[in-house]
Ligand binder design. Structure first.
Ligand SMILES: Cc1ncc(COP(=O)(O)O)c(C=O)c1O
Length: 403
């Protein structure tokens, strides 16, 4: 019998930067060790009560499909959300409800590229962009940004130098994962000008829109959408905003009718997003503003605490994140992935350790990010305090051991 092989398409899929070390963590947990998870952005903040109530009082039986493009009650609520943001030009037909922002990213990439095309990303970038690009045969081309510039955009000519005849889009995220960088109005204007000049799509991932810790407001692609109606695509998600990661709720928003038509056919192809999820998410318009402002306050406190704490560790460098709930941190080690593995497999303090995401997984340029880690501050201050103690002790022990 001839040998059965799976496709190289799947066997070469890149491993998720945030989940890569999970097998080590599972082994460690089996031994009764407590692991603080700073590796993944799954918030510990409670989901709004108004949403949970829908689950507790659920009556619809049977639980059928929702329309492919989204349950009307959810689309109406999203429309209200964007109108409240001041974007009154948005219409219901510009929205597709997706299965998380992840599906919106994949659909946007599928809609604007063909196999062999290129999409610019600002490195380091969210590693979740890699799998759909790989699946569709699209090359992500890295435009480097620097830790000493707070990962803000490089000059326009640097970005332009990466554009080829195959470039179809610029995919970016503000506030950024993994960097926490919030692009300024000037930077957003530059991207819009570049898209106009070079005829590119802009795909703006704004799933952390509400998490801004600097004294300037978030500048959304929505503000420029009517200037470049055919080129702008917004990716959004409820996962982080309402602590709904497990409910899988996202949005693709575009004024380009051909994009929306194509994506709605894709959406029909996978039949439906979750009916229950969309009904509970429709309550987003009943979530009081105090819920969001309390979260903003909490994450800002955590950001400040973590920043001060990490910088007090000898050899650790970082820039203060401006938003989201992530930071890229440079550690005094040669290979941060080895250090992250060692933390899980060897290091214990009072039978506790921490799990970090190796920074190199957020770069595609070989050798970049080798001494960096990404930290998600999705734990309480008391837990972050403990994590900082553990990281400090571990670095000292690791460097003594490898010397
Ligand atoms: C920048 C960014 N975009 C999109 C997503 C996708 O999230 P979800 O599929 O849960 O909406 C994430 C998740 O971490 C993210 O960090």
């Amino acid at each position: 019998m001839s040998k059965i092989n799976i496709s190289p398409r799947i066997s070469t899929l890149p491993l998720s930067a945030v989940r890569k070390l999970v097998p080590y963590a599972n082994e460690t947990k089996k031994k009764g060790v407590l692991i603080y998870h700073l590796n993944i952005g799954d918030p510990d903040i409670k989901t709004p009560e108004a949403m949970l109530k829908v689950l507790k009082q659920w009556q619809i039986n049977p639980i059928g499909y929702a329309p492919g493009i989204g349950e009307p009650i959810f689309l109406d609520a999203l429309l209200t959300y964007y109108h409240r943001l001041g974007q009154i030009f948005v219409k219901k037909e510009d929205l597709i409800a997706t299965i998380g922002g992840s599906e919106a990213v994949a659909m946007a990439l599928f809609a604007v590229t063909s196999q062999g095309d290129e999409v610019l990303v600002f490195e380091p970038f969210y590693s979740g962009y890699l799998p759909p690009a790989h699946l569709f045969g699209v090359k992500l081309v890295a435009v480097p940004t620097r830790i000493q510039d707070g990962f803000h955009l490089p000059p326009k000519k640097t970005i332009e130098s990466k554009i080829t005849t195959k470039t179809k889009a610029i995919l970016f995220c503000t506030p950024g994962n993994p960097t926490g960088t919030v692009y300024t109005r000037q930077e957003m204007k530059m991207l819009v000008a570049l898209a106009k000049k070079r005829g590119l799509f802009l795909i703006s991932d704004e799933v952390y829109r509400e998490f801004i810790f600097v004294n300037r407001s978030h500048v959304s692609l929505l503000e420029f959408m009517t200037q470049i109606p055919d080129q702008a695509i917004l990716v959004d998600s409820l996962s982080k905003r309402y602590s709904l990661c497990g409910a899988r709720l996202g949005v693709l928003l575009s004024l380009n009718k051909a994009v929306i038509k194509g994506v709605s056919i894709m959406a029909q192809g996978r039949l439906s997003g979750g009916l229950i999820d969309q009904h509970l998410a429709a309550k987003l318009i009943d979530v009081p503003h105090s819920y969001i402002s309390a979260i903003q306050k909490e994450y800002r406190k955590r950001r400040d605490f973590l920043y001060e704490g990490l910088l007090s560790i000898p050899g650790v460098t970082m820039t203060k994140p401006e938003g989201a709930f992530y930071c890229m941190v440079s550690l005094p080690v040669k290979n941060a992935e080895q250090f992250c593995i060692w933390l899980l497999t060897h290091f214990r303090d009072n039978n506790e350790t921490v799990m970090l995401a190796p920074g190199a997984g957020f770069y595609i340029t070989p050798g970049q990010g080798k001494n960096e880690v990404r930290i998600a501050y999705v734990l309480k201050i008391s837990q972050l305090k403990r994590c900082i103690q553990i990281i400090a002790q571990a670095l000292s022990a690791y460097n003594t051991q490898v010397m």
